[in-house]
Design a protein around this ligand. Structure first.
Ligand code: HEC
Length: 218
């Protein structure tokens, strides 16, 4: 009984060893393919010449005006900040949340502070070097602008301010900046009563403002 079990085991082992050797070995010879299907196809590889076209390039440029998937900017309110009749949209046309506002702060701090200053008073570092001073965001004219007009300053530029369309190329980022400018306006226009309601006091905020000044003068 015991021996026959051992033989069986031995047999299985031998079979295993034999079968495990059965894998495709690389061969130098061309494969024989009885059914070719589409195995061999005429094609051009990248950068190969192609006499069919006048410029002899096999690689063709997309047709002019082609828009890659996901890049269609077909909503004028979102992408340009204007309504169908060309007037500015009154309010930010995308959904606002804290994350977007924080994104706005980041983008504003990078692209807008050199001229408009960290708090939006138009006292950025470049102004001290002789650049045309921008308006303060806290003056009545800018306070009462529709959101779309602020967006337009980024998208189209305004007077001597160049367009920042390419630097801030994503519509959400532009609206995030608009939202942040609105937040700056609210913060700079806050009354003692507003602060009280939020449980803040001017003195503690003033301290951080001094820190800010120190940072700016360094
Ligand atoms: C190179 C300096 C510079 C930078 C950077 C800059 N601006 Fe301006 N901005 C100006 C100047 C100068 C004006 C005033 C233009 C004028 O009235 O001729 C202005 C005006 C504006 C106005 C008011 C437009 C109006 O119709 O009066 C807004 C809003 C504005 N900027 C937003 C921004 C935002 C947002 C950014 C960042 C994405 C930014 N700016 C970056 C220089 C700058």
């Amino acid at each position: 009984m015991k021996t026959s079990l051992n033989f069986k085991l031995l047999g299985l082992l031998a079979l295993f060893v034999l079968l495990s050797a059965c894998r495709g070995a690389p061969s130098e010879r061309t494969q024989i393919q009885p059914i070719q299907n589409m195995y061999w196809q005429q094609k051009f590889k990248a950068f190969e010449p192609n006499d069919f076209f006048e410029d002899r390039r096999a690689m063709r440029a997309p047709v002019e005006g082609t828009i890659p998937r996901g890049f269609l900017e077909n909503d004028a309110q979102i992408f340009m900040g204007v309504n169908m009749d060309g007037s500015y949209v009154e309010t930010i046309p995308i959904e606002l949340d804290l994350e977007l506002l924080q994104r706005g702060q980041r983008v504003y701090d990078i692209y807008c502070t050199p001229c408009h200053g960290l708090s939006g008073y138009g006292d950025g570092i470049v102004i001290g070097r002789g650049y045309v001073p921008p308006p303060s965001f806290h003056e009545e004219r800018v306070l009462s602008m529709p959101d779309g007009e602020i967006h337009s300053a980024i998208y189209n530029g305004a007077g001597s301010m160049p367009s920042y369309r390419h630097a801030v190329g994503v519509a959400e980022d532009r609206w995030a900046v608009v939202a942040y400018i609105r937040a700056l306006q609210v913060s700079q226009g806050a009354t003692d009563q507003d602060l009280e309601e939020l449980g803040l006091d001017r003195a503690s905020l003033q301290t951080s403002d001094d820190m800010y000044q120190d940072m700016a003068s360094n």
